[in-house]
Design a protein around this ligand. Sequence first.
Ligand SMILES: Nc1ncnc2c1ncn2[C@@H]1O[C@H](COP(=O)(O)OP(=O)(O)OP(=O)(O)O)[C@@H](O)[C@H]1O
Ligand SMILES: [Mg+2]
Length: 521
Amino acid sequence: MSGFVGRQDELAELGEITGAAAAGQVAAAVVVGEPGSGKSRLLAEAAGRAPLSNRFRVVGYEPEREVPLAAASDLLLALAASPATHGLEALLFADDREDAAALQPLRIFESAHRALRMVGPALVLVDDVQWIDELSLAICHYLVRAAHDRGESLALIAGGRPSGTSIALVESLAQVLPPEHLRRLELGPLASGEALELVGMLEPGLSQGAAREVVARSGGSPFWLEALVRTAGGEVDAGRLVTARLRGASGDAGGLLALLAVAGRPLAFDDAAELKGWEMSRLEQALRELVSRGVAVDSGGRVWLAHDLIRVAAAGEVPEEQRLDVHRRLGNWLMRSAGNDVRRLREALAHRHAAGLPSVDVADRLVRSPQRTLLGEEGLALLVEIADESESSAQSVLMLNEQIAALATDLARHDVALERSLLLAERWPDSLRRARALLDGARSAFALDDLDRASGYLARARATHAGDELLDLEFDVQQAALDLWGAGPKERGRALAHEAVERGRRLYESDERSRDDGAGG
Ligand SMILES: Nc1ncnc2c1ncn2[C@@H]1O[C@H](COP(=O)(O)OP(=O)(O)OP(=O)(O)O)[C@@H](O)[C@H]1O
Ligand SMILES: [Mg+2]
């Protein structure tokens, strides 16, 4: 096992719990965290440091979650083996059938409690709470309550994934123990310094850069840190891990996983059911399978995959045909529910695009939205991709490219804007629009501080179309800017700027007049 990093606060809190038991009191802690966050490891470290030599374990196993007393069997066997407790042994191993049928939980609980009292201050470690059968959970509760009521000592430290069972355990303990003797710990990701330290221990030869990359991709989860280090950052093992975790799962569980992986976002249960075309009960069954395997997490009526690496790995395993189908369903569903929400439209676009559905219309709706800068660089890249894949000379695609150039300028991606403008300067059939595109290109080059190219595009623009008053004015404004910012003398620029302002005013006034005339006539 690798070295241990971080978790100092948690260890201190757990130390107080075991310390209290060593001092003759009863105290408990429940550690809750996502799959792979390090609960089991933290429990082991805490136990190793505890001033209590009597330790017992209760561990839940998923296939046995319905089996009465399965999780507590180790604890019961250990207690039954102690010389002072033949009563318990008789209860547990009664071989005549009648006695077995009359298995009385309370008698077993009470015998276990007495046996535990005989051994002195003890630590009971409870792991994988989410899979613990009901009776075993009841024993844990009983042992704590009985010890507390009778003034004895006991420490119980439990760990589990976020689940109803974990919540129930905390709540039942809270009814018994005073608040200062009950802790609920939320185990989050490792801090990046700690994660780097762990990577350093696991793979001392790794470069700083590679280590940082692994840390970033792991999201601070120790489980995924190890998995990534083991595969030198590859995705292969994450895929294998998912496959291993899904062994024996139903086809429906696989189908739901595919949906979640391709969706890449949390889904409300009813939305997921609608997307799959399933009854709610069928969805819930598949959901339970994924959650119990630590692949998915659910809370507040929504479900998502437990880790982004799981999503990536699972998405890689989805067969092509199924992947396209999921994209199509998601795209259509999001389009229906998007309204004006630019983020949902953006998601819809991505899915329709991935499904190979016509996307230029959606892209155009999106790129003209007032909130378009929310699309960011990623959205911009997607729009470029869609435009480039579509029939390049179609009017709708030319207009889309124009809007993309404008968005790129808003996002200060002048390189992208320039590229779009040059493309349009080739493709617009009429010379006025080609000249305009070249002027836009000159502006982008100017913004990129490339004055030579800007001058070149401006000259080409002038040569492409002349005689349009407004366009000529814009040419001069751009020329003035180039002169004023260039290395040469500034006189021409200043003169041009003044003159352009004058012309601009005249143009504006005549425009006003003609509008007034139009309104009057
Ligand atoms: N603080 C830590 N320092 C070093 N290694 C750690 C630390 N925490 C966890 N690990 C390692 O990361 C891996 C995953 O941790 P662990 O099995 O404890 O997670 P878990 O939360 O119990 O997961 P699950 O809920 O799936 O059981 C283990 O190999 C463990 O040894
Ligand atoms: Mg664990």
